[in-house]
Design a protein around this ligand. Structure first.
Ligand SMILES: C[S@@+](CC[C@H](N)C(=O)[O-])C[C@H]1O[C@@H](n2cnc3c(N)ncnc32)[C@H](O)[C@@H]1O
Length: 226
């Protein structure tokens, strides 16, 4: 494990290597990682790209991410865009520093490294084109006080765990997300807790338990009926 301390805009994070070799960040203040220590890259593919992005049949998608963090989910969405048109709206309360972003090892080629750097260099709070048919809005905001004006086909719900950030997993938050989703919209999360599943069901989602990524038995996929 790498013990580099990286100065963040708003809080300290530590760069770590997860079990599949990809980086993650550790937040000492919360004693929490940004990803699974069993493999950050694999977790993102397993929880967001395969059961959400690749599962949705539409060729034009509005995607909402709760929180952008290292940009891994946005980066993998761009790599797996295929022939889809994507508007990617990522909320983030605590943007990581340029120093932290520049060290991330998610790219597997020079071209991919460039794409990741480009993502991190896009301006905050304005929509910009990352690559053809892929527009990103990095929104420095707090989910708990955000009101949505768009309608989303996919939600990547990647908040810190309920034990660490209970306010992100409350019924009012899921109700707000449900209301902001289009019919047929899909929300996925790594969390499979019964209380989270029941909260999602209470606001109207149909919820499936899917096999989890390495080290986790299950994850959740919530769908808003057509
Ligand atoms: C588990 S990490 C996942 C980060 C990211 N998806 C990634 O792959 O690196 C949770 C993220 O949510 C952000 N976050 C925490 N509280 C938030 C809030 N109230 N509103 C928006 N984002 C928040 C954190 O700063 C962090 O980047």
């Amino acid at each position: 494990m790498n013990n580099n301390w990286l100065k963040d805009h708003k809080r300290k994070v530590e760069l770590k290597v997860s079990a599949d070799g990809s980086h993650t960040l550790y937040v000492p203040e919360l004693d929490e990682h940004y990803h699974s220590v069993n493999g950050a890259y694999n977790e993102s593919m397993h929880v967001f790209i395969e059961p959400a992005l690749c599962h949705h049949a539409q060729s034009q998608l509005n995607i909402l991410e709760i929180g952008l963090g290292t940009g891994l989910n946005a980066f993998l969405t761009a790599l797996n865009q295929s022939d889809k048109r994507i508007f990617y709206h990522a909320l983030e309360k605590y943007p990581i520093s340029e120093e932290a972003a520049a060290q991330l090892n998610f790219g597997k080629s020079e071209k991919e490294n460039q794409l990741l750097n480009q993502l991190h260099q896009l301006p905050w709070n304005e929509a910009s084109e990352l690559q053809p048919n892929f527009v990103v809005l990095k929104d420095e905001t707090d989910l708990t006080s955000t009101t949505f004006t768009k309608s989303y086909d996919l939600v990547y719900f990647d908040a810190f765990a309920p034990e660490v950030q209970p306010e992100m997993w409350e019924e009012a938050i899921f109700q707000k997300l449900f209301n902001a989703m289009s019919p047929g919209g899909i929300l996925t999360t790594y969390c499979a807790k019964g209380v989270v599943r029941r909260t999602m069901q209470a606001v109207g989602f149909t919820v499936e338990r899917l096999p989890g990524p390495k080290g986790k038995r299950e994850m959740l996929r919530a769908t808003k009926a057509e």
